[in-house]
Design a protein around this ligand. Structure first.
Ligand SMILES: Cc1cc2nc3c(=O)[nH]c(=O)nc-3n(C[C@H](O)[C@H](O)[C@H](O)COP(=O)(O)OP(=O)(O)OC[C@H]3O[C@@H](n4cnc5c(N)ncnc54)[C@H](O)[C@@H]3O)c2cc1C
Length: 401
């Protein structure tokens, strides 16, 4: 029954293989494992290592560089399954960066860098888990970043502050976005931003990086940090792609990534619903199972309809995304992310309500799923910004910024 929900969309042979392999692997990490990670705030190293051992961190790396050479559709299956396994959105987030940071490197890094780095990333020996864009004065308005990277001989010198950068503790490198040309010297604010691969050990050795963890209420085992860079020297050959074009390079992979986030929301919605149904069938009040009451049943059925619809949207978008032009790809990715976040919120909310008092007890996990579902309305972009995209780029409404 439970798996029939998860398998509601027909899969290709390759996708089935991905789903079954990930399902088996996730089966080694039960609810108690995730509960413990959440309670202790410990990064799930064993889980991520297992994925690495089996080559899953290289799912999007071409075979020529030691990866599996798969595409968005397979990444969608993988990440939905991780979340649906019980790990939730946070388990998916624990590896999401490591998988998606390889995309700009594959597309834009020098051949030398790709050959030296990517095989080790695919094997799970090296982690590029962190992506550093957000700053105190640049969240939704990402082109407002103030961190600078000034060229000095064959190095860049980086100064500035980042905030909310996840998995710095679990990463060897951070893909860092910095201004190489001041905002006032470029014709468009999207220009003059560059992408650098920063070696974290080297940064600490230079005494040019300070980090501070941000205490937060959700995803307790995927830590997020503030970072301060002072005169960090980065070799110029660690520039990814073209100087000044970094913002466009990020945009390039954004729709695929957003769609995979939507798949993670679907997985979270599924596991929340499974828990809701289980409890609604088991718990007896007034002489019968609470699930017999339509006040309990309908919110679960309503959320099921929403999660299933979101799942179908995600999978149909994944199939056409590679062929779609940028506006259509953006429309499908933003619709999917928006609706999948709302659907998993409805599912997690129904799961908490169904559990009554135990809805807030840690041992039943649904309170964690609820906190995570709330977060999906904020990251990686907020729901409002997803709607802005649809309003302005798809429906032709006036721009608000
Ligand atoms: C747990 C967590 C992990 C994160 N990990 C990373 C990471 O690894 N790397 C990274 O670079 N960033 C990361 N972020 C940052 C995240 O991408 C930003 O928080 C997000 O983009 C929103 O930016 P902000 O927080 O500055 O909100 P703001 O931009 O300050 O917005 C505040 C509110 O105003 C709304 N708003 C702003 N402008 C408009 C508008 N024009 N129309 C309608 N509404 C608007 C927003 O939707 C939001 O609700 C993470 C954040 C969190 C919470």
């Amino acid at each position: 029954m439970a798996h029939a929900w998860r398998d509601a969309v027909p899969l290709s042979d390759e996708q089935r293989l991905v789903r079954d392999s990930i399902r088996d692997l996730c089966g080694e990490f039960d609810a108690a494992y995730w509960r413990e990670r959440d309670r202790e705030g410990e990064y799930p190293t064993e889980f991520v290592d297992r994925l690495g051992e089996h080559g899953w961190m290289g799912i999007l790396i071409p075979e020529a560089y030691g990866g599996a050479g798969m595409a968005t559709t397979e990444a969608v299956v993988m990440m939905e399954e991780i979340a649906a396994s019980g790990g939730g959105f946070s388990a998916a987030q624990a590896v999401h960066g490591g998988i998606y940071n390889t995309v700009p490197i594959v597309k834009y890094a020098s051949e030398e860098l790709k050959e030296s780095l990517l095989p080790e990333v695919a094997d799970g020996e090296v982690a590029i888990q962190s992506f550093g864009l957000t700053e105190p004065n640049a969240g939704s308005e990402s082109t407002a970043i103030e961190t600078t990277a000034e060229r000095d001989g064959d190095e860049y010198v980086v100064n500035g502050q980042k905030i909310w950068i996840s998995r710095v503790d679990a990463s060897d490198y951070v893909v860092l976005m910095a201004r190489t040309t001041p905002r006032e010297d470029v014709d468009k604010r999207t220009r003059g931003i560059s992408m650098l691969l920063v070696d974290l050990d080297d940064a600490y050795e230079q005494d040019a990086l300070e980090v501070r963890e941000i205490p937060k209420s959700v995803s307790g085992f995927v830590h997020s940090y503030e970072m301060w860079f002072s005169d960090l020297r980065v070799p110029a050959d660690r520039l990814i792609g073209e100087e000044g074009e970094g913002f466009y390079q990020v945009l390039d992979g954004l729709n695929e990534e957003r769609l995979v986030i939507a798949a993670e929301c679907v997985g979270l919605g599924i596991v929340a619903l499974e828990r809701a149904v289980e409890y609604a069938n088991e718990r007896e009040v007034f002489g019968g199972p609470i699930g017999a009451n339509q006040g309990v049943q309908h919110p679960i059925a309503d959320a099921y309809a929403k999660v299933l619809a979101a799942k179908q949207l995600v999978y149909s978008a994944a199939e056409v995304l590679d062929e779609a032009d940028r506006t259509e790809a953006g429309a499908r990715a933003n619709v999917s992310k928006y609706l999948a976040a709302e659907a998993c919120f409805a599912a997690a909310d129904a799961a908490v309500q169904t559990h009554g008092g135990f809805g807030v007890a840690r041992e039943y996990d649904v309170e964690r799923y609820f906190r995570e579902a709330r977060l999906t309305r904020i990251v990686p972009i907020t729901q409002q910004l997803a709607l802005n995209y649809l309003g302005e780029n798809v429906l032709g409404l006036p721009r608000s910024y």
